[in-house]
Write a protein that binds this ligand. Structure first.
Ligand SMILES: C[S@@+](CC[C@H](N)C(=O)[O-])C[C@H]1O[C@@H](n2cnc3c(N)ncnc32)[C@H](O)[C@@H]1O
Length: 309
């Protein structure tokens, strides 16, 4: 069969991909090539080399239907991650939909910094071995877990930790629950709890947490209108906006964190590109040692605070 031609009137997968790419490009979507390939992969269940090998075969009716639905949603302005229904975060394939923020590369950096801080404290890091359980588990928290991205990335790298993943929003927590369930043996070390920041945690954890990580909402209310439409119209506002300054939730986390962290424990919080100075001042006023780390483009991105022993 000719590549891109039709077997019994049906387009090949390569032909379908080219048609999708052209429609996305016409609509001004910059990564039309990648997005068309991801849609084909999602619809066919074939990845990379498998899809290339099967490119000259006719697409199935089901693949065509699924792709038509995805293209329509994407052209309607929905983010590609929701259209695909999954997104990668530090190598984990996470289910995502409109109930949760789409995990961002900046947050991968937050996880990396949190892991470095724990390693500096002497905690063991590496892939967890499902055959060797540890009898000395220590607690860690991911507050405002959304899809569960941070919690699952941490549990994959901290073989001795038990991760508490919390969210105030029951709908978000349902997505995290699905991702924890899909993570196999790792999920056994993730505990999910609903509630307002630290109040979601059991009282027995007060003063015991060696690490707390959070990517809280940090957009100032007045900046909401200037967010890209793709974010504003599709991602949950509760995951993004934090009062007039954008720092209301950072302030809450910092203020309450001291009584939940173990002596010498670390609180690692994602912040906005221009919030470093204010965030450090809030943390130092609350009695922590604090510093800001920058992302790859040099923006303020992560507040790292140590609970003085
Ligand atoms: C910026 S999103 C981060 C989601 C996820 N951790 C990530 O990095 O992709 C913030 C999350 O905090 C949750 N959240 C907002 N206010 C909260 C509160 N008062 N207590 C706990 N979680 C809250 C939101 O529901 C949302 O899931």
């Amino acid at each position: 069969m000719a590549d891109g031609g039709a077997g019994e009137g049906r387009p090949t997968r390569n032909g379908l991909k080219r048609a999708v790419e052209a429609r996305l490009a016409d609509a001004g979507i910059a990564a039309a090539d990648d997005e068309a390939r991801w849609m084909l992969e999602e619809a066919s269940g074939l990845e990379g080399a498998e899809l290339i090998a099967a490119g000259r075969e006719p697409a199935t009716h089901q693949e065509e239907r699924r792709i038509a639905e995805m293209v329509e949603r994407r052209l309607g302005g929905e983010p590609i991650q929701y259209v695909l229904g999954s997104w990668s975060f530090r190598g984990l394939d996470l289910f995502v939909d409109h109930r949760v923020l789409i995990p961002r590369p900046e947050t991968e950096l937050v996880v990396e910094i949190a892991l470095e801080e724990l390693a500096r404290r002497g905690e063991r890091r590496g892939a967890s071995d499902p055959w060797t359980g540890s009898s000395s588990r220590y607690p860690v928290a991911d507050l405002g877990t959304g899809s569960g991205a941070i919690a699952l990335a941490l549990v994959a790298e901290l073989p001795d930790a038990e991760i508490w993943a919390t969210d105030v929003d029951a709908d978000a927590l349902a997505v995290a629950r699905a991702n924890v369930a899909g993570s196999g043996a790792l999920g056994a070390r993730v505990r999910l709890a609903q509630g307002d920041w630290f109040t979601a945690l059991p009282d027995t954890l007060r003063g015991t947490l060696r690490l707390v990580v959070s990517n809280p909402p940090y957009v100032a209310r007045r900046a909401w209108e200037s967010l890209p439409a793709e974010v504003r119209d599709h991602e949950p506002a509760r995951a993004l906006v934090s009062g007039e300054s954008g720092l209301d939730d950072v302030e809450r986390l910092v203020a309450d964190g001291r009584e939940w962290l173990a002596p010498g424990g670390v609180l690692v919080v994602e912040i906005g590109a221009d919030q470093g100075g204010r965030a450090v001042a809030i943390a130092r006023d609350a009695g922590y040692d604090a510093e800001v780390r920058h992302d790859l483009v040099g923006h303020d991105r992560v507040l790292v605070t140590h609970n003085k022993s």
